[in-house]
Design a protein around this ligand. Structure first.
Ligand SMILES: Cc1cc2nc3c(=O)[nH]c(=O)nc-3n(C[C@H](O)[C@H](O)[C@H](O)COP(=O)(O)OP(=O)(O)OC[C@H]3O[C@@H](n4cnc5c(N)ncnc54)[C@H](O)[C@@H]3O)c2cc1C
Length: 345
């Protein structure tokens, strides 16, 4: 049994008086992982409460237009429409959704406490943490406005839209090299824009990119502005050595400067991995704290797709369900005589 699970064996009285507002499951996050966990938990009759955030309901897919790789939608679907369907399905089975932000968590002991921005405090026996991750942004003019219209953070998601186009990748690490190399399957030309004159990427990734004749490196340059009205038409580049500006015509811009799992609420409460994601036990969603499960991009340094996040949400709901069932088995002590009566009845 993992460390810390000893209190599972203690009687139900551990909770004191049965708490009126105590939930079986609270889910934090309204992306594919959170809503999928909610669908499973609701269908298991656990009456989940999902805290969706106050302004970013629906998660990362709200920032994109066409999603063509989510199974079940052969003609593609707009990101916000897909997330509305996730929510509709979760609510249909009884998920309660709260539009608020979690501001702090107390994960000590068998009852987890979730405090919201409104000041409301909720208690739960199982917590599913599905807060996703955030791609780092350049913070420049045009970046947000043209997100989904030529600006992307995900080559796997959007590379297909750039067949026979000219595009650029910003970054100098392994993921930038991987994205650039992958994008040459579609684009005619891929610039790699890097602010220095050498790369941070591993040697093998560099060599692969250098050997690819569709890739051209733009050294000592940073993107000062993304240009375009309805869609990307180019970028303005600033030379990092002499500060001069020039325009580079493009059809698309991929930003690959890193990704930060949203762990700020738990970084001192749950074990993290070297990549900064929440540590989970093998293929499960079990974190280092009993009763706390994590799912989606917040545990995933590699794949970060809607379908993998949704699958991970399923795992978390099933793990939470088993945890609660084990808990009940271990804690409800029925005297032998009563048990016999129940069977007879
Ligand atoms: C521009 C873009 C395009 C993409 N296109 C595709 C695509 O075409 N296909 C594909 O498969 N994948 C795509 N992805 C990747 C996909 O969006 C992610 O892999 C997926 O959304 C991860 O799901 P998640 O549930 O783990 O996290 P998220 O979708 O990030 O959701 C996390 C949720 O948690 C909430 N949250 C965080 N902190 C708190 C808090 N303190 N309190 C309350 N709520 C909180 C957030 O507000 C958010 O709603 C794209 C990503 C981006 C950025």
């Amino acid at each position: 049994m993992p460390r810390g699970y000893h209190w599972l064996k203690q009687p139900y009285a551990l909770f004191g008086e049965e708490r009126e507002h105590m939930r079986q499951v609270i889910i934090i996050g309204s992306g594919p992982a959170g809503f999928t966990a909610a669908i499973y938990a609701a269908r298991a009759n656990l009456k989940p409460l999902l805290i969706a955030s106050s302004v970013e309901v629906g998660g990362e897919l709200m920032n994109t237009t066409e999603v063509e790789n989510y199974p079940g939608f052969p003609d593609g679907i707009q990101g916000p429409e897909l997330m509305a369907k996730f929510q509709e399905q979760a609510e249909k089975f009884g998920t309660e959704v709260l539009y608020d932000d979690v501001t702090s968590l107390d994960l000590n002991g068998p009852v987890k406490t979730v405090t919201l921005g409104s000041g409301a405090v909720h208690e739960t026996r199982a917590l599913i943490y599905a807060t996703g991750s955030a791609y780092r942004k350049l913070g420049i003019e045009g970046e947000e406005r043209l997100s989904g219209y030529g600006v992307s953070w995900c080559a796997t998601c959007d590379g297909f839209f750039f067949r026979e186009k000219t595009i650029a990748v910003v970054g100098g690490g392994d993921s930038a090299m991987e994205e650039a190399t992958f994008l040459t399957r579609f684009a005619d030309k891929v610039y790699v824009i890097h602010r220095k004159d050498s790369l941070r990427a591993s040697k093998i990734m560099q060599e692969r990119a250098f050997a690819n004749e569709k890739i051209e490196f733009v050294w000592n340059s940073e993107v000062a502005e993304v240009l375009g009205g309805d869609s990307v038409t180019g970028v303005q580049l600033r030379d990092t050595v002499d500060g001069t500006l020039r325009d580079l015509p493009l059809d698309g811009l991929f930003i690959a400067i890193g990704n930060d799992p949203r762990t700020h609420l738990v970084h001192d409460k749950l074990e993290l991995t070297a990549e900064g994601t929440i540590w989970v036990d093998g293929r499960t969603s079990k974190t280092s704290v009993p009763g706390v499960f994590a799912a989606g991009d917040v545990i995933d340094p590699t794949y970060r797709q809607a379908i993998t996040a949704a699958g991970s949400g399923t795992v978390a709901a099933l793990d939470a369900e088993h945890f609660l069932a084990d808990f009940d088995d271990a804690s409800v002590e029925v005297p032998a005589a009563e048990a016999a009566e129940v069977i007879v009845a």
